[in-house]
Write a protein that binds this ligand. Sequence first.
Ligand code: NAX
Ligand code: K
Length: 524
Amino acid sequence: MTELLTSAQMRAVEMAAIEAGSVTGLALMEKAGQGVVGAVFKRYPHLAEGDHVCQVLCGPGNNGGDGYVIARLLAARGWAVHVFALAPAKTPDAKHNAERWAQGSAPLTVAGLTAAPAPDLTVDAVFGTGLTRGPGEDLVTALRCAYDRSALIVAVDAPSGFCLDSGRWLGGADGCVAADMTVTFESPKVGHYLAQGPEACGQLETVDLGLSAWRAARSASAAASENVRLLDPDRDAARLRAHFTKGQGHKYSHGHVLVLAGGMGRTGAARLAARAALRVGAGAVTLAAPGSAMMECANQVTAVMLRRCDSGADLEALVGAGKISTLVIGPGLGLEDRHAGLVRAALATGLRCVLDADALTLIARHPELRAALHADCILTPHMGEFARLWPDLAQRLTDGGEALTGPAFSKIDATRAAAASAGCTVLLKGPDTVIAEPNGHANVHAALYDHTAPWLATAGAGDVLAGFIAGGMAQSTRDAAWCAAAAAWLHVEAARAFGPGLIAEDLPEIVPNVLRKLFGVSSS
Ligand SMILES: NC(=O)C1=CN([C@@H]2O[C@H](COP(=O)(O)OP(=O)(O)OC[C@H]3O[C@@H](n4cnc5c(N)ncnc54)[C@H](O)[C@@H]3O)[C@@H](O)[C@H]2O)[C@@H](O)CC1
Ligand SMILES: [K+]
């Protein structure tokens, strides 16, 4: 997995390397500026030829210092470079580079910007990891003007005003601008992969500053609850292969998933989850339906087995009959008292249990169900369900909440707090899916940047995800969070493999193609 850093962690890595004497701040700044110029030329080769017009927006801190380095490097190539400064450079390294920039600067104002020629490239180096509050109104207006006037905008670390810890615009959406490319340093920051990150940052490039030993030392010495990992399909391929490998053995040695279905006319969601669990490799899958829905289910399932289950006592008996390893409850279940009874019975089995959809609403309504959650449960809410379960945490993420005023409160913070309060793994859905454990371990699976899967926004896709998680869990002793992460990966890959026109039924059916690709097996 790729490590995602907060702004404070990035500063700590840099400071540790500087204090140990292995590098100077100035050398890092030079490398950062060179890295940005290199990344620009790599992505936009036409700019590497000839001379162009550039405006560089510089703040008072080291982000601005990077801007002065970039200005110098581009001017040395014959470019016409105009620097606009928000304030004089304040940090020693930024001051040094501002002084080396011999051509002077104009104030960062709309009047100053519009008096200069329209640029081919704008470099936004006003604020990076040091952003502490939303930019003032005048600055927002000037930034918007600069962004509007340029053919191409490259942000250094982040578009200014964007919070690298939460993925939100500090001060609210008024300050929002969108870069074409953002160049960050050493490691992506959590904000790049959360909320409005991709929209704000455009393409994301990471420049290596040679601090990997310091980065590793920081993450090794930090509490695991402080580290955030990004599931990386390339780096994690071996682990994913291990997860989806079916060993030798009898069908029940690959686990038996029981999916609870709702009443007549509502069984589609559970059938989707059941099919998904089977496709992903569970040895056996049983659909447990109330008497009223038995005919409906019987007409629709083949490899999935079917049993009648009207009450908590029936569920207990089905589980008591043995061999069930994992439960899925919630998709299309219903919200009546008898459904709460089924959730109660499911939790009382102590089995690994994926709780989704209606089960989440029931847990929000019935405190005794919340109290019965145990470490082998996974809750898979979307944001609406999350807000029902944890209205206070959801509120902190909304526009009136502290996410926009700082200190940053992110989707990762919210999911961690939810997992700690529930005492089990929580997967909070979205293009930025966050998976957190009660001990604070967190990882992100992002269908973002060049890995989007917009087709997943389709009815029933969440039911399939619940099935993917359960199917993987049933045959694995791995921790619930990893099972959730692997399922989130498969979900996105399946959507991407199918592409436009996708409906939820297609997701389980395309799984063999995705797994063949993962295992490097030809489909012919
Ligand atoms: N951490 C590292 O390893 C490296 C960092 N570098 C650069 O250094 C940057 C961080 O530098 P700094 O820590 O100096 O922070 P920044 O340069 O991001 O911003 C800090 C300055 O902006 C002011 N400020 C913050 N929010 C403001 C607001 N809303 N309105 C007005 N002023 C505001 C602060 O008072 C401070 O003067 C990174 O983003 C990166 O660009 C690179 O030079 C190389 C290596
Ligand atoms: K910036």
